[in-house]
Design a protein around this ligand. Structure first.
Ligand code: ZN
Length: 469
């Protein structure tokens, strides 16, 4: 029987994804403590990788794997607004990805097999040529989380109860830490097993634990964090975890064979959260959002009694803020006229101007940026917001809840959280056939897929925006 192996010029690639690893930690502060990563950097190409807009886990990993922007994918975050509804939304799932990620391209053009662990969004499970274990969005082990189905028995045998994610944003920091480390170790144990036991040309693992760790422990190690506590007992937690990752990555690489190309990448970076800006409170104060009555406690915009007949705009919170307009003929109770030079155009100009002039809680100008989706993307599919707002270069989160009676919050409105996303992630590529050190400066997250295809020896689809580095 003819063996379906990749041809002599085709290369094997392993991509180890470290969700939210910032260059400032992985390539600078902790590099000396990480012998494996240091060796890869010393003998490979490395640098910063600018994430997509918005720099959020979903869609960023899929942008990396398709070489296309969020507009082409039609995905603007975990949540997407449902049509022109005031309150309905849907969560992004794997089935919404219509464009081809790398593993589909190499399967279709070269019959090459892949092995994927935890690449978001990969729930619900979709068949691939190879093996797949779904991501942190999987509701639980009772669901179908492997492809093929029988793989779940092997997973159970290797790690017992597999863990997709670790619950964070609570005050049980000791528990969170233990859960993250346990989950990570299980994921790497499983990856080691898959590397050895399965046939693959492309292997990809995304470790979400690092992101959870950043959100939970950032203020304990970063002395520039507004709520840094010096000499606290969690000060070494981040460093210890990076060292654990390095050790576990070293084992994986050892198992991959000598000719495999090794990539370490992150979907975006991380940095200290300065606070949360109440976008809807601000819109209320400025007269764009009208309430029929003030809520008694703190409520979501969906639960607030909004006077839609008098409201022009409202927002969503998160790492960035999404603003929506109440447009005549589009929204149920729309009031803004859409024709050129009408209320809508006027409002866009006015809001952009006002938002870029905002100051923070200490009166310091915020470095805010505001975009209409068509300014960012070549194609705008799906259900985009009307405006996308980055507050103070993402140092501030947006809070969507109402009832605070103020604009600035010291803490996140959806549970304890110490970090926000920063724009730049990392990209390290080590090719054992080259072994040269090269600093690539800053590449785009959309360059990753074409870079990998070129290395494997396959042509790059013309729909990909990125270019190989
Ligand atoms: Zn992420």
């Amino acid at each position: 029987m003819l063996k379906q192996k990749s041809g002599p010029s085709r290369r094997k690639v392993i991509l180890i994804g470290l969700d939210s690893a910032p260059p400032e930690l992985l390539l600078e502060r902790f590099l000396d403590k990480m012998p494996t990563i240091r060796r890869l950097v010393k003998n490979g190409i490395s640098g910063r990788m600018r994430s997509c807009d918005p720099p959020i886990t979903v869609p960023a990993w899929m942008v990396m794997m398709t070489g296309m922007d969020p507009g082409q994918l039609g995905i603007y975050g975990f949540r997407n607004r449902k049509g022109w509804s005031y309150s309905d939304y849907y969560l992004t799932t794997s089935t919404m990805i219509k464009e081809k990620p790398i593993w589909e391209i190499i399967a279709q053009t070269a019959g090459m097999k892949s092995c994927l662990i935890g690449v978001p969004p990969s729930y619900p499970v979709r068949p691939i040529m190879g093996n797949l274990i779904s991501c942190f969005l999987t509701p639980g082990l009772e669901k179908e989380y492997t492809y093929p189905h029988e793989l779940r028995d092997e997973v159970a045998e290797i790690v017992g109860e597999y863990e997709f994610d670790a619950a964070f944003r609570s005050d049980n920091r000791d528990e969170i830490l233990e859960a993250i480390r346990r989950m990570t170790n299980k994921r790497f144990d499983l990856a080691n097993y898959m590397i050895e036991q399965k046939e693959w040309s492309f292997f990809m693992l995304v470790e979400i634990g690092l992101d959870r760790l950043h959100h939970t422990f950032w203020k304990y190690f970063d002395d520039t964090h507004p709520r840094f506590e010096s000499g606290n007992r969690f000060e070494m937690v981040l460093e210890d975890y990076y060292i654990l990752l390095d050790k576990r990555i070293g084992e994986l690489i050892e198992n991959c064979g000598e000719d495999t190309i090794i990539i370490i990448a992150s979907d975006h970076g991380s940095k200290a959260m300065k606070g949360a800006f109440c976008i809807n409170e601000w819109l209320i104060r400025e007269g764009y959002l009208k309430l029929a009555e003030r809520p008694e406690g703190i409520v979501s915009i969906e639960d607030a009694s909004v006077d839609w007949d008098k409201t022009k705009a409202w927002g969503w919170g998160g790492y960035y803020s999404r603003i929506f307009f109440n447009v005549k003929g589009r929204e149920d109770k729309g009031i803004l006229t859409k024709e050129p030079g009408g209320d809508l155009d006027e409002l866009v100009t006015e809001l952009k101007e006002k938002i870029t002039r905002l100051v923070d809680n200490r009166g310091v100008p915020m470095k805010n940026t505001v975009f209409s989706p068509d300014e960012l993307y070549k194609t705008v599919r799906g259900d985009p917001p009307d405006l996308m707002v980055y507050l103070d270069d993402l140092n501030w989160r947006a809070a969507g809840t109402i009832g605070h009676g103020k604009i600035y919050l010291e803490e996140n409105d959806t549970g304890p959280d110490d970090s926000v996303h920063s724009m730049d992630g990392v990209f390290i590529l080590y090719d054992p056939r080259e072994r040269i050190r090269k600093d690539i400066g800053t590449m785009s997250i959309m360059d990753a897929a074409p870079t990998i295809l070129r290395r494997i020896g396959l042509s790059i689809p013309k729909e990909m925006i990125g270019k190989p580095v």
